[in-house]
Design a protein around this ligand. Structure first.
Ligand code: NAP
Ligand code: ZN
Ligand code: ZN
Length: 375
């Protein structure tokens, strides 16, 4: 497939008309809250000076895709082309974007594709918290066009929201780093887990896409890691393959009780509402529980467990673009790899269904290479 160039439409007089005909991308979209994806052709946003046209090669399947496709939060727009763990190669660049990216370069895109660049948080370099940010999909871009994600042949993305994938990271296993990886890395840095003195302990609730990356990054940062899971079947792999130091079955009340006051940090990745009290009690005095899961229904907890131990509950949303690049570089340097199951594009619905049933070790990555249109 060649470079994408906006072709000019010939008018009746044989002259090029003012408006270039759009370049079409081949994607997969949900038409309604059933969340079922079908093949879907859509016009790519016209390439501007600051844009990078990306040929998508791989796209991870995050639980947020499931939430959005099925309208768990009540703000889904259809047709929806999901996917925000994208890796691929640069197909074309606008003049400004060419200062940083070149054709053929290995690149990635995560959860956001725009921010105002002007507000306090943008100035602070934490644009993921900008009130005018643009989601990679299920949003309306600044020019009024719908944003479309990585379950598609191509994307057009402002170069400020594109990151370079280091050479020694394979593009398939790197894809989940663009969301799952940065989502766990950023709070680890923010809460000082990366430079915690030796012997600090970290727990992770839920061993899915995010959770298994907590184990990997926490080990890379030198922490002692306890995996807390509802699946007894994950224990052996958590210890022997992922590298967890300890494993707690969340239904084993006795073992959970024995582990009270042993953890400095907990990262909570559960995608559903759940009681917090047993987990708060696992924290030492001054311990911190960081919520990463987006629960569609409200959660409650008894305050006593927070007060008695001066514990805190925090939250965190992905990470900045600069931090994402830093995380990718660290993953490349320390060989932090996602464990993935690569599937063809035709398998996306099955993958979403299996993700919903907690049947994946630990991230599906869709191979979009065969999906590209012949141009
Ligand atoms: P995932 O791969 O489905 O993993 C979630 C894990 O939670 C499962 O593997 C399972 O682990 C456990 N679990 C317990 N009860 C469950 C239930 N009823 N249904 C499904 N899983 C259950 O999900 P993920 O992609 O890691 O995402 C986790 C959550 O984080 C989602 O809510 C997602 O929207 C959110 N998220 C937030 C951010 C952010 O910026 N904060 C970024 C990405 C995703 P065990 O078998 O070990 O119990
Ligand atoms: Zn995600
Ligand atoms: Zn801003």
């Amino acid at each position: 497939m060649g470079t994408i160039e906006a072709e000019r439409k010939l008018g009746e007089d044989g002259c090029a008309s003012e408006k270039p005909s759009p370049v079409m991308a081949q994607g997969w979209a949900a038409k309604d809250k059933s969340g079922l994806l079908e093949r879907f052709e859509f016009p790519l946003r016209a390439k501007g000076m600051e844009d990078v046209v990306i040929k998508v090669l791989f796209c991870g399947v995050c639980h947020t895709d499931l939430h959005q496709l099925r309208d768990d939060y009540g703000f889904s727009r259809y047709p929806m082309v999901a996917g925000h763990e994208v890796t691929g190669v640069v197909d074309d660049v606008g003049d400004k974007a060419a200062e940083k990216f070149w054709k053929g370069q290995r690149v990635g895109v995560g959860c956001i594709v725009g921010s105002c660049g002007d507000c306090g948080v943008c100035s602070d370099g934490i644009e993921q918290y900008c009130k005018k940010k643009k989601w990679t999909y299920n949003d309306v871009y600044y020019d009024g066009t719908p944003t479309r994600g990585g379950f598609a042949s191509h994307m057009v993305v402002n170069y400020r929201f594109v990151v370079a994938i280091p050479e020694n990271l394979p593009l398939d296993a790197a894809a989940p780093l663009l969301c799952a990886g940065i989502t766990v890395y950023s709070p680890m840095k923010f809460y000082g887990m990366d430079n915690a003195t030796r012997g600090k302990t970290c727990g992770v609730i839920g061993l899915g896409g995010l959770g298994h990356m907590v184990v990997k990054f926490a080990k890379a940062f030198g922490l002692h890691v306890t995996a807390i899971s509802s699946s007894a079947s994950k224990e052996k792999e958590a210890r022997e393959v992922l590298g967890a130091d300890a494993f707690l079955l969340s239904s084993d009340a006795e073992k959970i009780k024995e582990a009270e006051m042993t953890l400095d940090f907990i990262l909570d990745t559960l995608p559903v509402a759940h009681p917090l009290e047993p987990y708060l009690n696992l924290l030492k005095v001054n311990g911190k529980l960081v919520m990463l899961g987006v629960t569609p229904t409200p959660m409650q907890f008894i305050t006593a467990m927070l007060l008695d131990g001066r514990r805190s509950i925090g939250g965190s949303f992905i990470g900045s673009i600069q931090e994402t690049q830093e995380m990718l570089n660290m993953a490349a340097e320390k060989d932090v790899r996602c464990m993935i199951e690569v599937v063809p594009a035709e398998y996306i619905n099955k993958a979403l269904d299996r993700l919903d049933k907690n049947d994946v070790r630990y991230r599906f990555v869709v191979d979009m290479r065969e999906n590209a249109p012949k141009m």
